[in-house]
Write a protein that binds this ligand. Structure first.
Ligand code: L34
Length: 287
C-alpha cells in the first residue's frame, strides 16, 4: 500500500507558489491579495480559516481577514462582498461555509465577482467546469485530482465511485473525473443516500472517493483489492479527527490511500492559494 501524503504534496505546491510570488514581487509587482470572510464562530471553520491565513502569509499572499459576528445581516454581508468586488487589490474572495442560520449562502456566492471566485462556487464557475471551459475549480476536488496527478495514479479508462453529491465536493469531483485527460476519462458513478447497493458499487470501483461525512463509513468489505481510496471526510469524534474510511482495515487491501488528517485537507488549502495566484496573474496580465 502506498500512502498518499497530502501534507507533503501541499507543502511542495505552496513552495512553488511562494517562489513565483517572490520573483514577481521582487520585480515590483504587488503581492496577490485574498479576502477571507468568516461569519460566526463555527469551531471547524475557525481552524480551516486560520490554516488558510497562515498558508497565505507563508507564500507571500496578503490575506485580508473579515471576521463578522453571527448576527451579521444578509445586507451587511452583501455590502462587504460588493466592496471587495470593487477593491483592485483583492484578487480572490473566500466566503467560508457553512454560514450561520438566517444567511443565504447561494445569494452571497452569486454576488461574488466570478473573476475573483477562487473557491469556484459561483454558478458561472460551476457552469464553466461542466462545459469544459476555463475557470476556477473548487479547491477540494481540484486538490484530489492534483494528488492523483502527482502520485501518477491515472483514472483514464477506470471505474470511479464518488460517494456524496455535495456542491463542494461530490458533484464537481464527478465532473472532473469524467473530463478528458489521463487524470479524467473515468467511468464515474455518483453514489448518495438513495443508492440501492452502495457496497456493490464500491466493490466494482478502481477508485473510491469518500465524501459523505460519516466516520469510517467505507469498510474493507466495500473495497476491491488494489483499488485507490481517497478519503475526503473530516469527522470530529471523541477519539479525535477521523475520515469517512476505516483506514486501519482498508489500508492493507488497497494499492494507495489518503490519510486523515494529512490527506485531502491540506490540498484544499494549497489549491486555494493556487487559484488566488491564477486570479492575480490574470488580473495583472502576468501570463
Ligand atoms: N468556502 N468553505 C469554503 N471553501 C472551502 O474550501 C471550504 N472547505 C470545506 C468547508 N467549508 C469551506 C474547507 O476549506 C472543508 N475545508 C477544509 C479545509 C482545510 C482542512 C479541512 C477542510 C484541513 O486543514 N484539514 C487538516 C486537519 C485540520 C483539523 O485539525 O481540523 C487535515 O490534515 O486534513
Amino acid at each position: 500500500m502506498k500512502l498518499i501524503d497530502g501534507k507533503k504534496t501541499a507543502q511542495d505546491i505552496r513552495a512553488e507558489i511562494k517562489a513565483e510570488v517572490a520573483s514577481r514581487t521582487a520585480q515590483g509587482v504587488r503581492a496577490p491579495g485574498l479576502a477571507v470572510i468568516l461569519v460566526g464562530e463555527d469551531p471547524a471553520s475557525q481552524v480551516y480559516v486560520r490554516n488558510k491565513e497562515r498558508a497565505c502569509q507563508d507564500a507571500g499572499i496578503r490575506s485580508v481577514p473579515h471576521r463578522l459576528p453571527a448576527s451579521t445581516s444578509q445586507e451587511e454581508l452583501m455590502a462587504l462582498i460588493a466592496r471587495l468586488n470593487a477593491d483592485e487589490s483583492v484578487d480572490g474572495i473566500l466566503l467560508q461555509l457553512p454560514l450561520p442560520k438566517g444567511l443565504d449562502a447561494d445569494r452571497c456566492l452569486l454576488a461574488i465577482d466570478p473573476s475573483k471566485d477562487v473557491d469556484g462556487f459561483h454558478p458561472e464557475s460551476v457552469g464553466r467546469l461542466v462545459q469544459g471551459l476555463p475557470g476556477f475549480v473548487s479547491c477540494t476536488p481540484a486538490g484530489i485530482i492534483e494528488l492523483l496527478s502527482r502520485y501518477d495514479l491515472p483514472t483514464e479508462g477506470k471505474k470511479a465511485v464518488v460517494i456524496g453529491r455535495s456542491n463542494i465536493v461530490g458533484k464537481p469531483l464527478a465532473v472532473l473525473l469524467a473530463r478528458p485527460g489521463r487524470f479524467g476519462n473515468a467511468t464515474v458513478t455518483l453514489c448518495h443516500s438513495r443508492t440501492a447497493d452502495l457496497a456493490k458499487e464500491c466493490r466494482e470501483a478502481d477508485f473510491v472517493f469518500a465524501a459523505i461525512g460519516r466516520p469510517r463509513f467505507v469498510t474493507a468489505d466495500m473495497v476491491k483489492p488494489g483499488a485507490v481510496v481517497v478519503d475526503v471526510g473530516i469527522n470530529r469524534t471523541e477519539q479525535g479527527l477521523c475520515g469517512d474510511v476505516d483506514f486501519e482495515a482498508v489500508k492493507d487491501k488497497c494499492s494507495a490511500i489518503t490519510p486523515v488528517p494529512g490527506g485531502v485537507g491540506p490540498m484544499t488549502i494549497a489549491m486555494l492559494l493556487k487559484n488566488t495566484l491564477q486570479s492575480w496573474r490574470q488580473r495583472l496580465g502576468l501570463c
